[in-house]
Design a protein around this ligand. Structure first.
Ligand code: DAH
Length: 372
């Protein structure tokens, strides 16, 4: 600070008003510059700008003292004030630039990305083992020339029972453990289909209705429902229905198709055996067994020591079924079979419990997973 100009008044050393004001301004400037350097961020700096240079700021309050000066002194101090003001503004601008650079660097540092870090791998879903089984099975039949067809899961009694030669009061109806919908009275009762055999009726009807005629070779995969629940039964499960209608279709064709399909599905030459059975919609009917895929016919827990496991129901389509859709059973004959998808998938993969399919435990699903 420059030495103030002192003079003697009535024997006392006195500082002139103008020097006192200059001194004040110098102190203010030093204090301000020091505080600018300490400002932590741009907001703090802006507060300081207002505090020193604003209308109600410190510089303005010092200026109020100018009024007390002799008019001749005013321009002198005016210049001084302006110089101080300019110095403060310059220092503020410089500090602002420095802080802006500092804040930008901090932001860049905080947002820094380590591009060398390994990426997070995306989790891929897998097809449910039952869906995989359905796909494999339908693909084998499609390769043999069967066309894929689907039917509704909500069926009527005609397609699910009557047309399949299961009239009202037939004991087979009771065995199907059917889920019925509440009926309004006038219409036929609706139900959840208990098997995929009604797709036989629907595809044959559609063929005849559109002016077509056999040959017909169809594979119909889908969900079916029965009011049944225990270790080996689920109220919803899957079936694949297969049938062929043409002139001169015989049991030998049925056996040939079964032999090819079962060996292709199990990916090894399996032996098959047809056991006489009864189904209302086929005559003759047979249950089909395969040589146990676990013990190669020696006898184990799975085949209960017999060496054979039952895999599906089959037969030659009953003339009444052909008649119900308007196909002349004197000219045409057909074979049909229906299989439980879960059962075949369990046998192929050694899955011990049907419930694993429906519990959605991802460990099981992943182990069985294929990305196709
Ligand atoms: N629909 C039968 C069921 O669910 C399975 C079946 C047996 C289908 C014999 C057929 C067949 O086409 O010929 O129990």
């Amino acid at each position: 600070m420059a030495l103030p100009f002192l003079f003697v008044l009535n024997g006392v050393w006195v500082m002139s008003e103008i020097d006192a004001l200059k001194g004040e301004l110098e102190v203010l400037q030093e204090k301000a510059l020091a505080s600018f350097l300490k400002a932590a961020d741009l907001t703090a700096l802006q507060t300081l700008r207002v505090a020193y240079l604003g209308k109600k700021g410190e510089l303005t309050s010092v200026l109020k003292g100018v009024g007390k000066l002799a008019p001749a002194d005013r321009p002198v101090i005016g210049q001084f004030v302006n110089a101080t003001k300019a110095a403060l503004a310059e220092a503020l601008d410089a500090a602002e630039v420095l802080l802006a650079v500092k804040e930008k660097q901090q932001r860049i540092e905080a947002e820094r990305l380590d591009v060398t870090l390994p990426g997070r791998s995306a989790t891929r879903g897998v097809l449910h083992p039952v869906q995989q089984g359905l796909n494999e099975m339908t693909a084998i039949f499609a390769q043999m020339g069967f066309a894929i067809a689907e039917g509704p899961e909500i069926e009527d009694e005609f397609h699910n029972f009557d047309a399949l030669n299961i009239p009202q009061e037939h004991p087979a109806r009771a065995m199907h453990d059917t889920f019925f919908f509440e009926s309004s009275g006038e219409q036929q009762a609706k139900l959840l289909r208990t098997h995929t055999s009604p797709v036989q009726i629907r595809t044959m009807q559609a063929c005849i209705a559109s002016g077509g005629k056999p040959p017909l070779a169809v594979v119909a995969p889908g969900r079916v429902y029965r009011c049944d629940y225990d270790v080996t039964h689920s109220p919803m499960f899957h079936q694949v229905e297969v049938f062929k209608v043409d002139k001169d279709v015989s049991l030998a064709h049925l056996k040939g198709v079964l032999q090819h399909f079962l060996s292709a599905y199990f990916e090894k030459e399996v032996s098959i055996r047809l056991r006489p059975h009864y189904f209302p919609f086929t005559e003759p009917s047979a249950e089909v067994d395969i040589g146990c895929v676990f013990c190669a016919g020696k006898g184990c827990r799975i085949c209960k020591g017999s060496g054979w496991v039952e895999v599906l129901g089959s037969g030659m389509i009953h003339p009444n079924v052909l008649k119900s859709v308007g196909i002349d059973s004197e000219i045409y004959s057909g074979f049909a079979f229906g299989l439980g998808v879960e059962r075949l998938v369990m046998l192929k993969h050694g899955i011990p419990d049907l419930r694993l399919f429906f519990e959605n435990d991802v460990r099981f699903l992943r182990r069985m997973g294929a990305n196709t």
